[in-house]
Design a protein around this ligand. Structure first.
Ligand SMILES: *[C@@H]1O[C@H](CO)[C@@H](O)[C@H](O)[C@H]1NC(C)=O
Ligand SMILES: *[C@@H]1O[C@H](CO)[C@@H](O)[C@H](O)[C@H]1NC(C)=O
Ligand SMILES: *[C@@H]1O[C@H](CO)[C@@H](O)[C@H](O)[C@H]1NC(C)=O
Length: 267
């Protein structure tokens, strides 16, 4: 009895040791998951083939910048949340890095008078206004400004009594709340058209994320761009399981390449 037990102990130890080796050798599951997940583009209605730096839907969070999360509603409407404000995404151009967005609390039946997200500002760390767009401030409940250009009364059923549009990023003192939003500069000086523009067209913003590695090389080398949280930059996730800040190395073994260019073979 005793001898059987002692002879099986080293075997059990060996088994445990090899199991340990196995668990170390295999890449963690997340890297395989994110590789296949980040290979899939985001598609929603008219917005198609969107990849790094965006994530959402089938693309897990590791596939993009944490603040560039796209949501798809019934394969129709794409939305993005920026500083707690929900915007509908009308267009994405990944070459120019410009998004066309509009606040989802500005719509036909409510106009500008019942914002769901008052006292909000725009994210100037991650975004800048696209060429031709600039920021205005919409102030609410500023009764002292009646008659001033940019001042409008709101319909009875609205959250606020009046609106004062200011072509500037500063807020007006003496109003109960305010918000900042972008608009085409061609509307400056034409307060009557601004409401329509904010409801229908929205505005263009450029996302300030360095995507050069993804556009040049990573995808072409068989890799997939994922987001590295530490450097806040993309890294190229390669089929061999490694991530690099450069495109993936060739997948053919080096010996096969050497053989093809061996000068003695040419003689
Ligand atoms: C989503 O809508 C588009 C057209 O807008 C269509 O081509 C596509 O097949 C739809 N996808 C799904 C999963 O229903
Ligand atoms: C998709 O684009 C077409 C043409 O620009 C437009 O008529 C349609 O309303 C758009 N669909 C959605 C869901 O935005
Ligand atoms: C907006 O901010 C103003 C001044 O900072 C404050 O008095 C007001 O209560 C805020 N309104 C809302 C709806 O949070």
């Amino acid at each position: 009895m005793n001898s059987r037990l002692s002879s099986s102990t080293p075997f059990l130890l060996l088994l445990q040791f090899s199991l340990l080796l196995f668990s170390i050798k295999f890449p963690p599951c997340w890297s395989l998951d994110s590789f296949s997940s980040c290979s899939k583009p985001f598609n929603c209605g008219n917005i198609t083939n969107i990849d790094y730096p965006f994530w959402g839907d089938d693309r897990v969070e590791a596939c993009g910048h944490p603040d560039l999360h796209l949501k798809c509603d019934e394969n129709k409407t794409t939305t993005i949340k920026i500083k707690d404000v929900v915007y509908e995404v009308l267009k994405i151009d990944q070459n120019t890095q410009i998004l066309q967005i509009k606040r989802d609390d500005f719509f036909e039946s409510k106009g500008l008078c019942s914002p769901k997200y008052p006292n909000t500002t725009f994210d100037s760390q991650l975004f800048e206004y696209a060429p031709g767009f600039a920021e205005i401030t919409i102030n609410y409940d500023c009764p002292a400004l009646k008659g001033v250009p940019g001042y409008f009364s709101c319909p009875d059923w609205s959250t606020y009594k009046d609106v004062f549009i200011q072509v500037a990023s500063e807020t007006h003192p003496g109003c109960s709340s305010n918000l900042q939003v972008g608009i085409g500069v061609n509307y400056f000086g034409d307060f009557w058209s601004m409401e329509e523009a904010l409801i229908r067209e929205g505005f263009g913003v450029k996302y300030k994320v360095d995507t050069l590695l993804c556009k040049e090389g990573c995808t072409g080398s068989g890799g997939v761009c994922v987001h590295d949280v530490d450097s806040n930059k993309p890294t190229c996730h390669c089929p061999d399981g490694n991530s690099r800040e450069s495109p993936c190395p060739p997948q053919r073994p080096p010996s096969a390449q050497l053989k093809g260019t061996n000068p003695t073979q040419l003689l």
